[in-house]
Design a protein around this ligand. Structure first.
Ligand code: 5GP
Length: 127
């Protein structure tokens, strides 16, 4: 399943439920803007998700509608999470899926942080 930009926010999505404490997560960071936790199906030795503590479906929704101060606070938090994970030295990759072509599965904006090994090419080629 994937989600399309422009859809209404679904309060029942899995990350909304994690934010409300209805579903457990392994937290790594929290402040007024963001909550970060380990991905349930890690694709690298470090695979952490950072989500805004507000109802935004996708990057399109967030970038268009979130107040500037909140956007700044959120992105600063993403950098802080990577720093606290010790990834600044070896390096890391950020990934945000947005909408259908990206195969975004959870309709609450989330930033993937990958690290802990050389991460290889940026995209899988299909040609
Ligand atoms: P997307 O494909 O939407 O960019 O990424 C969704 C991510 O959420 C996937 O990497 C998936 O493993 C992760 N995920 C889905 N459900 C849960 C959950 O209940 N808990 C955690 N921690 N991660 C989840």
């Amino acid at each position: 399943m994937s989600v399309t930009n422009g859809v209404a926010y679904d309060e029942g999505n899995i990350f909304a439920r994690i934010l409300r404490g209805e579903i457990p997560a392994k937290p790594v960071f929290e402040n007024e803007f963001a909550f970060a936790f380990h991905d349930i199906n890690p694709q690298a030795p470090v695979h952490v998700l950072v989500i805004p503590k507000a109802a935004y479906v996708s990057m399109a929704d967030f970038s268009a509608k979130a107040p500037a101060e909140f956007q700044a606070g959120f992105w600063r938090s993403v950098g802080e999470v990577a720093r606290q994970l010790g990834l600044e030295g070896p390096g890391y990759r950020l990934l945000v899926n947005a909408g259908t072509d990206s195969h975004q599965e959870v309709p609450h904006l989330h930033v993937h942080i990958f690290g802990g090994r050389p991460l290889g090419p940026m995209l899988v080629r299909h040609d």
